[in-house]
Design a protein around this ligand. Structure first.
Ligand SMILES: [Zn+2]
Length: 711
């Protein structure tokens, strides 16, 4: 027996050494596995973490779950490939970097775009390197030789190719549309990057000529010259569409025109509204239907424009009471309802009120693409775990709007387009990789929404359309990710997979919940309750952390991570170490093919049934049940009962009985190590190495079931 077992198990001394052994073996690359060509491929694409900080507990969870699946499949004889990556994470990273600049008393608005880009690039690469080291500590058996970054040259080129293809296929268009504008971050945002919050605000009723109009946003009303009502509203029957009225308004007399439109809700306010097409999506649609002019009232920084006359340059929230004061003095305020309940959109990062603005942006036409994704799911080409997420997926696909893919930030993949006459309504555009002829063309300064590149990720990392990996490893098998990505990311990957690759990118979507603190509270820096997975690992060992993240963690639900629970699995590591010591010290080395006696054969039968059950749980993606079963069987059956009752048997003078029991215990240890390996890779490999297996030198690439001994 190796002397090492006389000392307690020490993860700090073991883990790095074992990881190096695996990495140096080359087996993370499935093409190096024995008989790789004859193995069936099994692929998981890692959701690329945002390269803008340390790994958090959520990362540790996905790394654990995906590593368990990959190790399990590798041991089952698959050509198991796990492709790691890192995401530049456009807006997310730029927000992190802007906060850093703010702390240093700097601002991105005072920097040249190139200078800012280069700084963020260096910052991201440093974080990426750091993250890779942390993934190694967590035991990730991914193929580093295939690692991809969303800003790698070939990835950028391919993402731009997709845009050009979609433009040629008439699936991308440039349009003046209402966008969600964050005045603080100076960029448009997609709908999923905004948060709608119930708020109580005053609703103002103003006299507008012969009408009373209601509005929650008096600061947008300066330019309003169109008064709109529902065509069937009998209260306003005498007013004809197109009729003009002279009236006194905020900054003096104006001529207003009556418009009849079915978009107006007769139940809201007085059933009469004026419209501000530039700053409201419904008003924009009304204006387009009736060919009415658009005028910007609020600038990109959230300040009033010259149309506001004396209020020009004021921020809207401070201008609002002043405007009400003036309207009151003019006798134009009818009443104010203080208890108006409505949903206000805010930026998901800075909580600033979103200002709807009309802007020329690139949009993806979603209707036909979403339909394609829905059909694939209807045909069960993609399965969701847990299955209730299919409903959420459907909801998003059935209610999707055209997707704004342009962002006004430097940190991202440039949109390959050129413009002539920028800033005028007669703007020409060309979409291509190369600049068009003539000096007057300017390149688009916008970058892609980060989901435009990550949506293509399974294709991009396998080398679509002609890469060798694309032929071998695409479509992939499982997409394991956080349940909050069911609408941000999953649908986009399915859409791009079907559109470009003509196949769904994966057959199974496995969704995990949040990792909360020990009390079930969301971890946040400001609350100071963040548990760093790396700190935990250094204290209790990675294997213990992995078990704590998996046991009791049903798919789709949130998990409370209690350090005491991790400590509990540290004891389990020690238990396994002690089981090994007992078996190696107290049993004899016997031939593999020895016939077990009747009692021992029945215990071995029990072990086989246990193996079958664990395998069944793994096949059903009940990873939590497999882990729990392994824990209980190993501790409470093998250690507490079988080993205890073996002590007198091994000491008996009956050589046959002792030999049979020795063979049984050694087989049980062997099989237990195999089953536990995906969950607790470090300690199991360490034991395996010390036991010096001749036929299977590394547990990582050994077989899941010890077939020789089960025949
Ligand atoms: Zn913002």
């Amino acid at each position: 027996m190796d002397d090492a077992f006389l000392k307690p198990y020490n993860p700090a001394e073991t883990e790095q050494r074992i990881y190096e052994l695996w990495e140096q073996s080359g087996m993370f690359n499935p093409d190096n596995l024995p008989d790789a060509e004859t193995r069936k491929p099994y692929t998981i694409v890692m959701p690329p973490p945002n390269a803008n900080g340390d790994l958090h507990a959520g990362h540790a969870l996905f790394i654990t779950l995906e590593d368990i699946l990959i190790r399990y499949k590798r041991m089952q004889g698959y050509r198991a490939l796990w492709i790691p990556g890192a995401d530049h994470a456009g807006f997310e990273t730029q927000v992190v970097y802007e906060k850093k600049l703010e702390k240093e008393g700097r601002s991105r608005f005072k920097m040249q775009p190139k200078e800012l880009y280069d700084e963020i690039y260096a910052f991201t690469l440093e974080n990426k390197k750091n993250m890779e080291e942390q993934m190694r500590k967590l035991g990730a058996s991914c193929d580093w030789s295939r690692e991809k970054f969303t800003l790698d040259g070939d990835i950028v080129q391919r993402v731009q190719d997709t845009f050009i293809k979609m433009y040629e296929d008439n699936l991308v268009y440039r349009g003046k549309r209402t966008v969600n504008w964050c005045p603080k971050h100076q960029t448009s945002l997609s709908d999923v990057e905004t948060v709608g919050m119930e708020e109580t605000a005053p609703l103002y009723y103003f006299k507008y000529g012969p009408f009373t109009i209601a509005t929650a946003r008096p600061e947008t009303k300066f330019g309003d010259k169109y008064v709109v009502m529902h065509p069937d509203d009998v209260r306003y029957k005498k007013w004809k569409h197109g009729q003009q009225i002279n009236l006194e308004w905020i900054n003096g007399p104006i001529t207003a025109t009556v418009i009849k439109d079915e978009a107006i809700d007769p139940e809201f306010g007085t059933g009469v509204m004026t419209i501000t097409p530039w700053h409201d999506v419904t008003d924009f649609e009304i204006a387009k239907r009736h060919n009415l002019p658009f005028e910007q009232i609020i600038d990109w920084r959230g300040k009033l424009m010259p149309v506001a006359k004396e209020f020009e340059g004021m921020k809207i929230l401070s201008a609002r009471p002043e405007i009400i004061k003036k309207l009151t003095e003019k006798g134009l305020v009818v009443k104010i309802d203080e208890q108006y309940q409505h949903v206000a959109k805010r930026c998901y990062k800075c909580n600033t009120f979103i200002e709807p603005q009309v802007k020329d942006q690139w949009f993806v036409k979603m209707a036909s693409l979403a339909q394609m994704a829905l059909e694939a799911v209807n045909e069960k080409q993609v399965r969701f775990i847990p299955d209730n997420y299919e409903k959420i997926f459907r909801y998003w696909m059935e209610n999707t709007l055209d997707w704004n893919i342009s962002r006004q930030i430097v940190w991202g993949i440039p949109i390959p387009a050129w413009f002539k006459n920028r800033g005028t309504d007669k703007e020409e555009s060309v979409v291509s990789h190369t600049r068009p002829e003539g000096d007057e063309w300017e390149s688009d300064t916008d970058t892609f929404d980060t989901w435009f590149s990550s949506g293509q990720w399974p294709l991009l990392v396998t080398g679509y359309p002609d890469g060798k990996d694309y032929t071998t490893y695409y479509p992939t098998d499982v997409m394991e990710t956080g349940n909050d990505l069911i609408f941000k990311w999953i649908p986009r990957m399915i859409i791009f997979g079907l559109y470009l690759g003509k196949k769904v990118p994966f057959h199974t979507v496995y969704l995990h919940g949040l990792v909360n603190d020990a009390h079930g509270k969301k971890m946040s820096k400001s609350k100071g309750n963040v548990i760093s997975p790396i700190t935990i690992t250094e204290k209790y060992g990675t294997d213990a952390l992995r078990m704590a993240l998996v046991v009791g963690n049903t798919p789709g639900t949130n998990l409370s991570l209690n350090p005491d629970k991790v400590k509990g699995y540290k004891h389990f590591s020690n238990k396994l170490w002690n089981i090994t010591r007992f078996i190696l010290e107290r049993t004899q080395e016997v031939d593999d093919d020895i016939i077990l006696n009747e009692k021992d054969a029945s215990i071995w039968e029990e072990m086989r049934a246990h193996t079958t059950e664990v395998t069944k749980h793994m096949e059903n993606f009940s990873i939590h049940l497999a882990a729990e079963k392994l824990y209980h069987f190993t501790w409470h059956r093998l250690a507490d009962e079988i080993i205890e009752e073996s002590k007198p048997i091994l000491e008996e003078n009956n050589a046959d009985t002792a030999r049979s029991r020795s063979a049984l215990l050694r087989r049980m240890l062997d099989q237990t190590l195999r089953l536990l390996h995906p969950f607790m890779p470090f300690i199991t490999e360490e034991i395996w190495q010390k036991m010096k297996h001749k036929k299977e030198p590394m547990l990582m690439s050994a077989q899941w079931i010890n077939t020789m001994e089960t025949e």
